[in-house]
Write a protein that binds this ligand. Structure first.
Ligand code: TRP
Length: 366
């Protein structure tokens, strides 16, 4: 196929912890669907360790330990190394080199306006002491995406400003130098609940530091315990009270996870989620019953994930081998793009016969 019409995916995650069900419905599940759709010519899934170090410089061990966690989460969700290239960011040095040149195309004030970075600076109390590397990670993220000429970037919606920043860098590079880079599109789940899965405590963000996550690697018992302890509508005290489904985490999770077929399997008195919601709002439906149903639905989704994880856990050296092979393949691709960039930027001195001849002529030689 012509190089120009290829459909290419790149996306990734920072290895700062195990992945949770928010990552799953927010992006991971969609990546596996895209992989299995067969509609993409190349798929790159990156463990963003270098980006993780931008706010964990003093904790390299955390990043190192979580590489395998994220890799196991990827593989157990169904990312298939035969079809998707799984790799580690730091093992592709071309990305760093690209970032260095992209830095010339972005202003400080543009970085200051990036809403994701602004928000993260607040979350990390970085106000007075932002590491330069952290501040510039949107630029490095543009390198991650453009190195592979990605057309599609499946991400959670918190990452949209990053894709916008990347598109600006692409336009600027192509305009100043030559049409080398490809403008990517973000792809986010169409289901609102999937884009914003709250923590089990009702907090808008599911995060390790808040201790409100259901991890993909949790045991069935832990998942059940967490679901049964989930925050619901605080006004729904007695079973007969009318309840609210809007903003109610249990129903948001059902919006993200449940399908009509789950009702015939686990709760045949209802045909679908709308009927269940209507009953809850009318009153007469207890939280425990809804939570038990949610537990069945989520456990069912996690069964194949757990089974694949157990297989890969038995062969950890194989997982590292997959990452090493993937990193090698990713580097090859990035090197091609970098060579094209350097030619466009006219910093390919030794490949440029014309330059050598021209300089020779200037000095009176051949
Ligand atoms: N910033 C992303 C996150 O925190 C991880 C990431 C790094 C990424 N480089 C990327 C995602 C490139 C998509 C494309 O989850």
């Amino acid at each position: 196929m012509e190089e120009k019409n290829r459909k290419i995916i790149l996306t990734g995650d920072r290895p700062t912890g195990k992945l949770h069900v928010g990552h799953y419905v927010g992006s991971l599940r969609q990546r596996v669907e895209l992989q299995n759709s067969g509609k993409f010519d190349e798929i790159y899934i990156m463990i963003a360790d270098a980006q993780a170090l931008t706010d964990n410089a003093d904790n390299p061990e955390k990043v190192r330990q979580n590489i395998i966690e994220v890799a196991l989460d990827y593989l157990s969700c169904g990312l298939d190394p035969e079809r998707s290239t799984l790799f580690i960011q730091s093992q592709v040095p071309e990305l760093t080199e690209m970032s260095f040149y992209y830095m010339n195309l972005v202003t400080v004030s543009r970085l200051q306006r990036n809403p994701t970075v602004k928000n993260e600076i607040r979350l990390r109390n970085f106000e007075a002491s932002i590491p330069v590397g952290f501040y510039t990670y949107p630029i490095s993220q543009a390198a991650d995406i453009t190195a592979f000429k990605a057309t599609t970037v499946p991400v959670g919606d918190d990452q949209l400003p990053m894709i916008e920043q990347t598109r600006e860098i692409v336009r600027s590079f192509n305009h100043i130098y030559d049409e080398v880079l490809v403008e990517p599109e973000a792809l986010i789940p169409s289901n609102e609940a999937c884009r914003r899965l709250p923590g089990i405590d009702g907090n808008a963000k599911m995060s390790k530091s808040l201790g409100n996550c259901i991890y993909l690697s949790d045991s069935p018992e832990d998942v059940k315990k967490k679901i049964m302890s989930m925050f619901t509508d605080p006004g729904h005290i007695r079973v007969q009270d009318p309840g609210k489904v809007e903003g109610n985490p249990v129903f948001i999770y059902l919006d993200a996870f449940c399908r009509d077929e789950h009702f015939s399997r686990y709760l045949p008195e209802y045909e679908n989620l709308d009927q269940l919601k209507a009953h809850y709002m009318r009153g007469g439906l207890g939280d425990v019953k809804v939570k038990r149903f949610l537990n069945e639905v989520i456990q069912e989704e996690l069964v194949p994930i757990r089974a694949r994880r157990r297989e890969y856990e038995k062969n950890i050296p194989e997982v590292y081998r997959i990452l090493r092979e993937g990193s090698r393949k990713a580097e090859k691709k990035a090197a091609v793009t970098l060579a094209q960039m350097k030619a466009a930027m006219k910093i390919n001195y030794f490949d440029d016969e014309d330059l050598i001849r021209e300089q020779a002529r200037k000095y009176g030689g051949e």
